[in-house]
Unconditional design. Structure first.
Ligand SMILES: Cc1cc2nc3c(=O)[nH]c(=O)nc-3n(C[C@H](O)[C@H](O)[C@H](O)COP(=O)(O)OP(=O)(O)OC[C@H]3O[C@@H](n4cnc5c(N)ncnc54)[C@H](O)[C@@H]3O)c2cc1C
Length: 358
């Protein structure tokens, strides 16, 4: 510590307890700090710490979504390269490489399923990140106070989704892409297991994804009686109903919006009498909400691609088809889980979870 006259004083009592040995992000060294009655100094005014911390935390949460996105994009690029190269089995339709003992695994529909799960989620995540960033800019810089306020409401609603849904989808993508490598995915030298390990932390720190989901359903939905959601659904329906593009994403997004509206109403009517409902339903509500948000992102992309020529744009339409057919139906499963409520978890006596100490 430094004395009042600037000279070196006695040593403060805080110390590093140990370096943390982590599952991943090993280039980011972290440690346990012991603050044994250490002297601290107040920064800023009293009782403003939590709100100051949230300014940082909200940006951190969006940044975590981007960390997940980076991991899933890297995993996809590696897996797509590998799938084009690795020979195993023969294509179900026609011989692809008769001069070789096997065709490349990219010809197998199930390998494409894994790649396209990652690709569709990654493209929707990127679009969602840009959408949230645009709203952050509008909140901060718009000269129209009403537009700034509307953007702030969207940012408040979508920040926990940007953190939790993007990172949950990112881990799924990295695992799917690791699976494309078969046994090599598990072997360190190929680098895929590192991407899985490094991405895993994004679901945990800056508030676990369970806590993000509670923020969404508890603070951003239930507390204002669904006001933010109603505005978001209005924006989605307005956009989709005015789309020029002719694509299945339109009806799919409208259906998803109806699902979220009904689900929000169910939760809002249940929470007054069922005290565990928000806590028990938050994660599945967040996932259902996330799939609606991604459907809206695909609608935005399809409309932007409308009338444009070239493979880049036609492939956007095909990827949106994949999303509608092979990913979006999950929204109904999550909706059903929310409808089942918190009783299936809370019905157990505490003693059920007793584990004999070894
Ligand atoms: C590598 C690493 C770096 C970190 N860096 C920093 C840093 O720089 N600064 C910093 O301040 N922190 C840092 N952290 C801490 C990190 O933010 C927390 O570990 C994380 O937010 C989870 O909190 P916790 O560990 O206390 O878990 P707990 O709060 O103990 O949660 C345990 C489990 O219970 C669940 N849970 C907890 N409360 C509830 C509830 N009310 N309802 C339902 N479920 C609940 C959680 O979702 C979780 O699944 C870091 C952590 C790690 C691993």
């Amino acid at each position: 510590m430094v004395n009042a006259d600037g000279s070196l004083g006695e040593r403060n009592t805080l110390a590093v307890g140990s370096i943390e040995h982590k599952m991943g992000i090993k280039a980011s060294a972290t440690c346990v700090m012991n603050f044994d009655s250490a002297k601290g100094w107040m920064v800023g005014a009293e009782n403003t710490g939590l709100s100051s911390m949230f300014i940082m935390m909200n940006y951190e949460r969006v940044t975590m979504g981007l960390q997940g996105l980076g991991g899933s994009e890297l995993a996809y690029q590696n897996a797509a390269l590998y799938a084009n190269d690795r020979g195993q089995g023969r294509s179900d339709t026609q011989l692809q490489s008769p001069e070789k003992p096997a065709d490349a695994i990219i010809h197998h529909a199930d390998v494409r399923r894994m790649l396209l799960n990652a690709k569709a989620n990654t493209e929707a995540s990127r679009c969602f990140a840009m959408y949230v960033a645009k709203n952050l800019d509008e909140e901060k810089f718009s000269t129209d106070p009403e537009a700034a306020q509307a953007a702030a409401a969207r940012v408040a609603l979508l920040t926990p989704v940007a953190k939790a849904f993007l990172t949950d989808k990112a881990l799924e993508a990295t695992i799917d892409c690791q699976q494309v490598f078969g046994g090599h995915g598990y072997i360190r030298e190929w680098g895929m297991e590192q991407i899985v390990r490094d991405t895993r932390i994004a679901q945990i720190y800056e508030g676990t994804n369970g806590i993000q989901a509670l923020d969404l359903l508890g603070r951003k939905v239930a507390k204002n009686n669904g006001k933010y959601v109603t505005h978001f659904l209005g924006e989605i329906r307005d956009f989709v109903n005015n789309m020029q593009a002719d694509h299945g994403i339109k009806q799919a997004t409208l259906d998803a919006a109806d699902t979220i509206e009904a689900l929000t109403n169910t939760v809002l009517s249940n929470i007054s009498e069922r005290k565990n409902e928000v806590n028990g339903c938050a994660v599945d509500y967040m996932h259902a909400f996330g799939y609606l948000a991604y459907s809206y992102m695909f609608a935005l992309m399809i409309e932007a691609a409308n009338g444009k020529e070239g493979e880049f744009y036609t492939n956007k339409a095909k990827l949106a088809d994949y999303f509608v057919g092979r990913i979006l139906p999950r929204i109904d499963a999550h909706a059903q889980m929310v409808q089942a409520g918190s009783d299936p978890m809370m019905n157990f006596d505490l003693s059920y979870f007793d584990v004999p100490a070894s």
